[in-house]
Structure formats: C-alpha cells, structure tokens
Design a protein around this ligand. Sequence first.
Ligand SMILES: [Zn+2]
Length: 151
Amino acid sequence: MGFKVISNTSRAKFSACHFLKEPLKCSRIHGHNYYVTVEVLGDLDENYFVVDFIELHKTLVSIVEPLDHYVLIPTESDYLKIIEEEHSIEIIKSSKRYVFPRSDVKFLPLKATTSELLAKYIHNQLKEIYNDKKIVVKLEESRGSIAVYEE
Ligand SMILES: [Zn+2]
C-alpha cells in the first residue's frame, strides 16, 4: 500500500449531449451532467505530496471545461458519417440525420462517447502530465452510473 490523493472538486463537471449506437435506448440524443473524480497514486515528492492538490484540481478542470455544453461527436466512430460544412456539422447514423451548428460541436478522437471511453480520454490527458503515477478516473454520468478507467 502506498499514498493516494483524490480530487473530486465540484468544479470538475461538465454538461454535454451525445448519442450512442443504434438500436440502444441511448442512441437517441440526450444529455448528462458528468462529474469526474480522479485518484492519483504514487510516491511522495520533495514536498511530501503525491501531487499538489491545487495543481491537480486545476489540471482536471482544464481538461473537462472544454467539453462543457457541447454536443460530443466521436470522430473514430465506425457507425457515424460526419460531414463538415462551413457553419454546420451533419451527422448521419443509420436512418437518422442530425445537423448542428459547428460552434456547438466538440469532436473527440474516440470510437464512441460512452462514459467508459470519456473516462479514458480524460485519463490520457492526465497521464501526459502525471506520467509516473497510477491514475484512476471515475466518470459519473448519472446518479449510480459510474465508469472507471485506471492505469
Ligand atoms: Zn448517455
């Protein structure tokens, strides 16, 4: 057993809308208020910290804030056709067609915008900064539904 710090600052949250693969219920466009908790495990540094809490909160907020109030579109999806126009983004999925203002869309390099893959997306960005630590990302998409990615 070693040291672990946990960041679940109330600022590490984002609201976003998405849709998943047909014919899941979640294939219909809908939204979530996501809450992120991060655990960092590792040895103590020269200040006797695993990581500085202030830095960790700030880093986490800077990762999730850009997702807030957007339509999340996974660019590596094999079930969406994405057509980019000058001011709009058209998405074709099975028999459905969505058109969003470009300014409302956030593209993510993912196969789908499940909470599992969103947790991994957040994890990857934290890992770039805290590369010598074990990091656990818990993403709560609704009360009682939490996806976790750790490495
Ligand atoms: Zn959902």
